[in-house]
Design a protein around this ligand. Structure first.
Ligand code: DX5
Ligand code: ZN
Length: 233
């Protein structure tokens, strides 16, 4: 049963680096190029120093999104937006514990809205935030940059953190996805997957070069190689 949890590797292109004037076409193009999820970054110029899109835009892309929409909330407070994103077509909703006064309540709200629930840990957020809530989560999202902007460099100290979260997840015996977000490229996908990640967000690495299919395929093949290396280690 343990091997089933690692049977899938998901690549989640982040729309943050897409052409916002052609968002529907970009969603279609990236799905045709092999995207497993659409990563949708929501920023509020309060929890993070940037401002992006809300439920209206999620709803607008919903008819193009034939794969699950993975909503990453970088907003404070979060609770009021959860039913709105669920209504707008989100399949997964993740939030940062620092942005909620009541983390347990927010997780339950996401689940009650019919979505998979994820908790996001910034590079400096300790793993203890998972202590009393991991059993209720469907996903742990580890930030490998400080949230707010696309195109930043991967923070290497997150690699041992991925390994530690992988151990915690495996100890639960439940299927909980382990997603990595920030600075993911083909060049580091091998090490990220070897450390135990199963879901890789990539914004600039997918949309930056214009060749979506090649970009997704190279991240995926390097990650699959890393997973094999990790399984042997
Ligand atoms: C950053 C966002 C990321 C971002 C990743 O706060 O959460 O999803 O789009 O972009 P890259 O892959 O370019 O680092
Ligand atoms: Zn994100």
């Amino acid at each position: 049963m343990m091997q089933m949890k690692n049977s899938t590797l998901r690549i989640a292109p982040s729309l943050l680096s897409a052409d916002f004037a052609r968002l529907g076409e970009e969603v279609t193009a990236v799905i045709e190029a092999g995207a497993d999820l659409i990563h949708f970054d929501v920023m509020d110029n309060h929890y993070v120093p940037n401002l992006t899109v809300g439920p209206l835009v999620c709803q607008a892309i919903q008819r193009y999104a034939t794969v699950p929409i993975d909503v990453h909330l970088m907003v404070k407070p979060v609770d009021a937006l959860i039913p709105m994103f669920a209504e707008a077509g989100a399949s997964i909703i993740s939030f940062h514990p620092e942005a909620s006064e009541h983390v347990d309540r927010t997780v339950r709200l996401i689940s009650a809205s019919g979505c998979k629930a994820g908790l996001v840990l910034n590079p400096a957020t300790p793993l203890q935030v998972l202590d009393h809530v991991l059993d209720q989560l469907d996903l742990v999202l580890l930030m490998s940059v400080n949230p707010g902007f696309g195109g930043q460099s991967f923070i290497e100290s997150v690699l041992p953190k991925i390994e530690a979260v992988r151990r915690r997840i495996d100890a639960t015996g439940r299927e909980i996805w382990l997603e990595i977000d920030g600075g993911v490229k083909a060049d580091n996908a091998e090490r990220i997957a070897a450390a135990g990640a199963d879901t890789l967000v990539a914004g600039s690495a997918v949309f930056g070069g214009g060749r979506y299919r090649e970009a997704i395929a190279s991240i995926r093949s390097r990650a699959l190689a890393g997973r094999q290396a990790g399984a042997v280690a």
